[in-house]
Design a protein around this ligand. Structure first.
Ligand code: SF4
Ligand code: SF4
Length: 277
């Protein structure tokens, strides 16, 4: 199964640099994964690197694209022909088993850390979120719903059975016993119960349905907006938590580097002449 990104993506961009195959890119609305490049990280990790960093857990396996480990490792080898990926490669298919570290192409960071490598200037500040992504925060204008005219202002068409012409009259004239006159031939027509009933019932039913559906639609929109805001808030909290974890991890790492550094002149622990203690 290639990994895919669901619509819950918040466009944080954290996954893109983690992919060993450059399979992730910014799509029209959210980040997307090219299934022809995704190998589920087989050959490099025993987990999907994008899923590991995603703050909202929206990198998931694509149930419509089932692929075996054999297919995936073949793709990895084809994409990284310059890398010697042995037989004991890392893979999510044998997650948790003890394996030698997988061969990995040297990254820029690794290359820079290599002894004797030319020193490079320190990286600049991390990229800031693009303002365009805050567009969703802009207040939405109220929708301009179609308005209905007053129920009595409708022009009800009448077909004159004598001259064949058509003319109109307002609903209030459709009362039982009322007489309507054709403006062309002046033939009179008496409104009977069935015409009165049909015109008024059709209009009343239409107005009732219109108002009912409008209320339902507005209620649904309001509910969706509340859910959307809650989801965004949850995603934000997830992202903030991830940032805090990342910050703590780098602090711990720096602390560990500092403690293990064998500085020149550092007092060494004296050992016993007899070889113990
Ligand atoms: S699962 Fe691995 S290879 Fe696939 S997109 Fe995510 S990071 Fe890239
Ligand atoms: S890490 Fe997750 S939320 Fe962030 S861009 Fe990638 S898929 Fe989207």
């Amino acid at each position: 199964m290639a990994t895919m990104i669901t619509g819950e993506c918040i466009n944080c961009g954290a996954c893109e640099p983690e992919c060993p195959n450059n399979a992730i890119s910014q799509g029209e609305e959210i980040y997307v994964i090219d299934p022809l490049l995704c190998t589920e990280c087989v050959g490099f990790h025993d987990y999907e690197a994008c899923a590991a960093v995603c703050p909202v857990d929206c990198c998931v396996t694509d149930p419509n694209n089932i692929e075996t480990e054999e297919v995936l490792i073949t793709r990895t080898r084809s994409l990284h022909q310059d890398v010697d990926i042995g037989e004991n490669f890392e893979s999510r298919f044998h997650e948790g088993t003890e394996k030698p570290a997988a061969a990995k192409p040297p990254t820029q960071k690794a290359e820079a850390a290599r002894p004797g490598a030319p020193t490079t200037p320190p990286p600049g500040p991390p990229p800031q979120p693009q303002p365009a992504r805050a567009v969703a925060e802009v207040e939405e204008p109220a929708p301009a719903f179609v308005e209905l005219p007053d129920i009595d202002s409708w022009e009800i068409p009448i077909h004159c059975f004598k001259c064949g012409e058509s003319y109109t009259s307002h609903p209030k004239h459709f009362m039982i016993g009322n007489v309507l006159w054709c403006p062309y031939c002046h033939k009179s027509m008496v409104v009977k119960d069935n015409l009165n009933f049909q015109v008024r019932t059709a209009l009343r039913e239409f107005y009732d349905k219109w108002e009912r559906e409008l209320v339902q639609f507005q209620t649904r929109r309001e509910k969706e907006l509340i859910e959307f805001r809650a989801k965004r808030e949850k995603a934000l909290q997830g992202f903030l938590a991830q940032q805090k974890r990342d910050l703590q991890a780098i602090k711990n790492r720096l602390q560990s580097i500092s403690e293990s550094y064998d500085a020149p002149g550092r007092p060494a622990r004296k050992r016993s002449l007899l070889g113990w203690g």
